[in-house]
Design a protein around this ligand. Structure first.
Ligand SMILES: *Cc1c(COP(=O)(O)O)cnc(C)c1O
Length: 819
């Protein structure tokens, strides 16, 4: 194993201090993901939103003793602060990490398949790993670890047991592939396709193609579909050795036909002069394309056709996401039945460890298959991961993991198989905890997931946590470096689920949260949220609660301040926020209140004013710009006076989401982000920069044929002018589906097609016209989402996206996921 001196030579660093020449096992780039301090080297990377150097002290106190830092740091100070740590200074920490991975890669002379392309690369990687696993010990990058940071971390997992590796590379800017190629050094390549993803980072599609092809400069063979003409020409022009497949022209693998038969697709193809046929267990176009890339590789590797058919049969659709759902008895469930190698387990355990809403954490884990480690070492590593992530209880399912039960400590339970576990399953033994369910496909853990799920009707609001982070970062990119960020999580985080959203915001280190009522803040505290929380509308009877839960009230009137002070125990310190009314005329002080306001505050010096703020009445509409500027000006003069009278500085803030976009020069000390986080850009100007966060889905309960002249629903409002087919879907106004969507105003998407509402929306259901669409009971209907936007739907019924979002009723189950 690599010692720190060797390590230093590889990353070409300057050794600041060398205390303990121990081997290096784990690479850490995110301080929140520390699991095994002893073997860890921490790379302090300066990211866009965070600087790893700020976490050195914390990591040192947790036992990390090896740091890679950048040159701007002061060597003498580092030595003093971290006397027991090995420290290397480098010009650029990320590049040092990449250099290390590049060196590590050169230690292995095995086939390495590199996958890139606009779509499907993660699935192709996952499937290929499944398909090749009977012959090889495969290492694959976990999930979509395909970035400048993810790739080196993936390659670092290579060890001498692996006989083949598959790595994914994704780029969004020119210059990135040149860095990934030497780290992966693929010997074989797959280029899945070229589409519009990440076009914005490049001057043209050609440039993007050119850049991606740099991945394959040294491959023995590149697999791709020659029907992508632009791609085909570019590969030929470069003279890259190729294995092509095509449905249109002659290729190494020529697809003669693809026909759907029930839930299968029969493909007839020519290969090496012979005509063959195979059945794929899918019918959708994307899966077929992904499977054909895999087929090409299998044929090239001379896997016999019967064997290929066998393995293809067993291919499972890849669940691309990690879901967090509410479950029985106040439990939360992290559903990860997708990835069962060690790296995947580590990622899922990180997610488990970052769920403070319940203090007990249970892991249900099957045997791990295909890790490339000797069994005993593998389960020792699993046990170590479990311990480092402070898992309170382990339930191991499978013969192999059961063999190593003694490694897992006292709170662990083992079963030979899934059926044995379910046989004795008792809901009472799971209460108020977070449960990670993670198992290899063959263990059919979806049965366990079902046993834990709360029974609910078929309507769910899916919240895409990655989209939320994307939007957060978009707004951050619009802020000056020292502008603080308060995020509004009032009204159940605009309908999206307050503590899940708050937890993510806490993880991503926003500065402040704000809620409307004290109870909303209490809920956050009870779920482990420790960020400062401002309460915008605290009633006098909730002041005790705000104190007890360390919530910070907004104070907007003299009357309210008096009530607050009356209840404040002598000398008890308190933090408050002063709201100014500058033209919204909702809540807030005006200048005339100041004499009395500051007199009261003078008498209660233990009360600290943390911030003062005001709210814009028309930030989303350009016609009110003059009014907004006037409000900002008024606020600034009030704020100046407040600071003068108090004799200390306070945080000043006025911009909401729309204001951040429209008045970037008036960020002051902090901004208050609301609707933008949830995917709606209120000015409309930058809507394309945001991602849709929530998708409301329901299911079809019944399909009916309606004869011409018959009517549908209450008051006979849905009239069939010709013979029609209708579907009854399980959502109504009690779920928050507005009654104004009745009679064709609204529509939903079923099987990719738009279906208008027919008749009146009922309380729990409504009917849609699905004439000409293939629909059966149980199919999914999308009520809003990326394809059916909140902005568009709100317009149709004369309201705003805020109302549609916050109206989704509490009985609709929220499911959170990350990709
Ligand atoms: C809700 C709210 C915001 C956020 O507004 P958005 O338009 O959703 O960005 C900001 N400030 C105050 C006082 C609010 O009540």
């Amino acid at each position: 194993m690599l010692t720190f001196q060797q390590f230093n030579l590889i990353v070409k660093g300057k050794l600041v201090q060398l205390v303990q020449p121990l081997p290096i096992v784990h690479l850490l780039t995110d301080s929140r993901k520390l699991s095994q301090p002893a073997g860890t080297v921490f790379f302090a990377i300066r990211g866009k939103w965070n600087d790893g150097h700020e976490y050195l002290a914390q990591l040192y106190s947790l036992g990390v003793r090896r740091f890679v830092v950048e040159e701007q740091t002061n060597a003498e100070e580092l030595k003093q602060q971290y006397p027991e740590a090995d420290i290397v200074q480098v010009p650029h920490s990320l590049e040092a990490l990449q250099a290390l991975a590049e060196w590590h890669r050169t230690q292995f002379q095995i086939p390495v398949i590199g996958v890139t392309g606009s779509n499907g690369k993660t699935i192709v990687k996952e499937w290929l790993a499944q398909l090749l696993s009977p012959d090889e010990l495969v290492l694959k990058s976990p999930r979509s670890y395909n970035s400048q940071l993810g790739v080196p971390l993936s390659v670092w997992q290579l060890n001498s047991n692996h006989s083949l590796a598959i790595f994914e590379a994704g780029i969004s800017l020119p210059g990135e592939m040149e860095k990934l190629q030497p780290i992966i050094q693929p010997t074989l390549g797959i280029f899945t396709n070229i589409g519009s993803a990440h076009d914005e980072g490049f001057t043209s599609r050609e440039q993007k193609l050119e850049e991606k092809l740099k991945f394959f400069t040294a491959v023995d063979l590149l697999f791709y579909c020659s029907d992508y003409e632009q791609l085909h020409e570019a590969v030929q022009a470069k003279g890259i050795p190729a294995f092509t497949w095509s449905r249109k022209q002659k290729a190494d693998l020529t697809i003669a036909s693809t026909t759907t038969a029930g839930y299968k697709t029969i493909i007839v193809f020519g290969y090496q002069g012979q005509k063959q046929r195979l059945a794929l267990p899918f019918v959708d176009e994307a899966s077929i394309e992904n499977a054909l890339h895999c087929l090409a590789v299998l044929l090239y590797r001379k896997v016999p056709l019967s064997e290929i058919q066998d393995r293809l049969e067993k291919l499972q659709p890849v669940a691309m996401r990690l879901e967090i759902k509410e479950a029985i008895n106040g439990c939360y469930l992290i559903d990860d039945t997708y990835n069962n190698d060690l790296a995947g387990l580590n990622i899922a355990l990180d997610l488990l460890a970052s769920q403070p809403q319940r203090s007990n954490h249970t892991l249900i884990l099957s045997d791990l298959l295909e890790s490339g480690l000797p069994e005993k070492d593998l389960y020792a590593s699993v046990a170590e991961l479990v311990q480092m992530h402070k898992v309170s209880r382990v339930i191991g399912i499978g013969v192999t993991i059961s063999k190593y039960s003694n490694m897992f400590g006292s709170s662990s339970f083992f079963y030979e198989n899934t059926a044995a576990f379910l046989n004795q399953f008792n809901t009472d033994s799971f209460r108020d905890e977070v449960i990670l369910v993670k198992g290899a496909r063959v263990f059919e853990f979806e049965k366990i997931v079902q046993a834990f799920q709360q029974k609910v009707h078929g309507t769910v609001l899916e919240v895409n946590l990655d989209a939320l982070v994307h939007n957060l970062n978009y707004y951050r990119s619009r802020l000056a470096p020292d502008t603080k960020l308060m995020v509004m999580v009032k009204a159940f985080a605009y309908g999206s689920g307050s503590f899940e959203v708050a937890n993510l915001l806490q993880f991503h280190r926003v500065d402040y949260l704000a809620v409307a009522y004290a109870d909303e803040g209490v809920l956050l505290r009870e779920h482990g949220i420790t960020l400062p929380v401002m309460v915008m509308n605290p009633s006098p009877d909730s002041f005790a609660k705000t104190r007890h839960y360390n919530l910070e009230p907004e104070i907007y009137s003299l009357e309210q301040l008096r009530a607050f002070l009356e209840q404040l125990p002598d000398d008890a310190p308190a933090k408050i926020h002063l709201k100014m009314d500058t033209g919204m005329h909702r809540l807030g002080f005006v200048a005339e209140d100041f004499d009395e306001l500051f007199e009261l505050l003078k008498q209660h010096r233990q009360v600290k004013v943390v911030s003062t703020f005001s709210h814009l009445a028309g930030a989303d509409e350009a016609v009110y710009n003059d009014f907004s500027y006037q409000q900002i000006k008024n606020f600034q003069s009030l704020a100046t006076e407040i600071e003068a009278r108090l004799g200390y500085k306070v945080i000043k803030h006025i911009l909401n989401s729309a204001g951040i976009i429209r008045f970037p020069e008036h960020q002051l000390d902090m901004v208050r982000l609301g609707i933008g986080l949830y995917g709606v850009e209120a000015t409309g100007a930058d809507q394309d920069a945001l991602r849709a966060v929530s998708m409301l889905k329901t299911t079809v309960s019944q399909v009916k044929s309606i004869k011409q002249g018959e009517t549908v629903g209450y008051s006979r409002r849905g009239i069939a002018d010709t013979d029609r087919t209708t579907a009854t879907i399980a959502i109504g106004y009690a779920d928050g589906y507005d009654r104004r969507f009745s009679t064709g105003v609204g529509e939903v998407i079923i099987n990719g097609r738009k279906a208008p509402i027919i008749g009146n929306v009922c309380m729990d259901m409504c009917m849609v016209d699905v004439t000409g669409i293939e629909v059966k009971a149980g199919d999914e209907a999308i009520v809003f989402g990326p394809q059916l936007t909140l902005v568009d739907l709100a317009k149709r019924i004369g309201t705003i996206p805020y109302e549609l979002l916050t109206n989704v009723s509490a009985r609709v189950k929220r499911v959170f996921y990350t990709e």
